[in-house]
Design a protein around this ligand. Structure first.
Ligand code: F6P
Length: 358
């Protein structure tokens, strides 16, 4: 083991830089390895765009959101679209050639399901790959927690806290749209932490009449404001998720969004209570990485290098209970971890009176 390459793929999230830092520090300080980083996710691997990563490059980045390497959630090396409108081309062999040309002994891919799936496929082609699980959505089934999630929960909770004071002053309903794609974890945790009246998630389809009843009852009981935390993927009973865009150039082409506006209109129309919609959007992906995520990312980064040094490839590092272990990349991808409708966290929320609109 002489040279490690890193890439960060998919939507960015807080903690990516902390992983890059931990990988680099462990690789250089402990094992005297060389580290390089491919730029902008798999695009850099296809196009052979990379930069050396030295100790000086990772100073002062543990807390910074984003990624010093750049990222992309558009580029699948197995169906690569160089320019919008081009036909997809399988560039996987070119990627392996680039890795070999640069004498890379192990590729560390830091990403969500899409990035890790390509990592698995390079591993199937015989290249030594190790995955590190990131995403604010926390929707990877083989790890208890992905890094980035804790920071996003903190950001969303702080936003709800701020919205509560204005909702209270104006006696309004605030509908707060929270990211998470097809999983409701982010809305669920920030909704509980932010004392939301109702939390709507994709896993529990809501009934608008029942939701309105809850708001009405609250208002009849003298509580003149309500906070509704809604996942971007929430859907009504017998209805569909709200899609904001379909991007034909992106491997995962659906972008969700717009449910908060819809709900705000419906609530106002039915109850005649002033209602506003706020979409938190990409704010949830930025900002200072939380201490929890800094530590988790550091543990993941160190573990990735330890696995590389032991020659254990084709794996993804994972949090299992309190321990950082690993699972095979084969097991790690393809199955989203959604919120089980009867899980403990849902019961806890129901016990304290949170409505799921069902
Ligand atoms: O997967 C992370 C995520 O932020 C989702 O929560 C959201 O649906 C999506 O990415 C947004 O993607 P984009 O950055 O392409 O708008």
């Amino acid at each position: 083991m002489k040279k490690i390459a890193i890439l960060t793929g998919g939507g960015d999230c807080p903690g990516l830089n902390a992983v890059i830092r931990a990988v680099t520090k462990t690789a250089i300080n402990k094992y005297k390895l060389e580290v390089i980083g491919f730029k902008d996710g798999y695009r850099g691997l296809v196009e052979n765009m990379w930069q050396p990563i030295e100790m000086k490059d990772v100073i002062g980045i543990i807390e910074k959101g984003g990624t010093i390497l750049g990222s992309s959630n558009r580029d699948n090396p197995f169906a690569y679209i160089k320019n919008r409108g081009d036909m997809p081309v399988d560039m996987s062999k070119k990627c392996i050639q680039n890795l070999n040309k640069n004498e890379v002994d192990c590729l560390i891919v830091i990403g969500g399901d899409g990035t890790l799936t390509s990592g698995r496929d390079f591993s199937r082609m015989g290249f030594p790959v190790i995955g590190v699980p990131k995403t604010i959505d926390n929707d990877l089934s083989a790890t208890d927690i992905t890094f980035g999630f804790n920071t996003a929960v903190t950001t969303a909770t702080e936003a709800i806290d701020k919205l509560r004071t204005t909702a209270e002053s104006h006696h309004r309903v605030m509908v707060v749209e929270i990211m998470g794609r097809y999983a409701g974890w982010l809305a669920l945790e920030s909704g509980i932490a932010g004392a939301a009246t109702a939390i709507l998630i994709p896993e529990i389809p809501y009934d608008i009449d029942k939701l309105c009843k809850v708001i009405k009852k609250r208002s009849d009981n003298g509580k003149s404001f309500s906070i509704i935390a809604v996942s971007e993927g929430a859907k009504p009973k017998d209805g569909e998720m709200t899609v904001s865009k379909v991007l034909d150039y992106s491997p995962d082409s659906i972008r969700l969004g717009g449910i908060a506006n819809k709900l705000a209109e419906q609530i106002e129309e039915r109850l005649h209570i002033e209602t506003r919609a706020v979409t938190l959007g990409h704010i949830q992906r930025g900002g200072q990485t939380s201490p929890y995520d800094r530590v988790l990312s550091t543990r993941y980064g160190v573990k990735a290098i330890e696995l590389a040094m032991q020659g254990v490839f084709g794996k993804m590092v994972a949090l299992q209970g309190n321990k950082v272990g690993y699972v095979s990349l084969e097991e790690a991808v393809g199955q989203l971890k959604t919120v089980p409708p009867n899980c403990e966290l849902i019961d806890v929320a129901r016990s304290i009176g949170v409505s799921f609109g069902d």
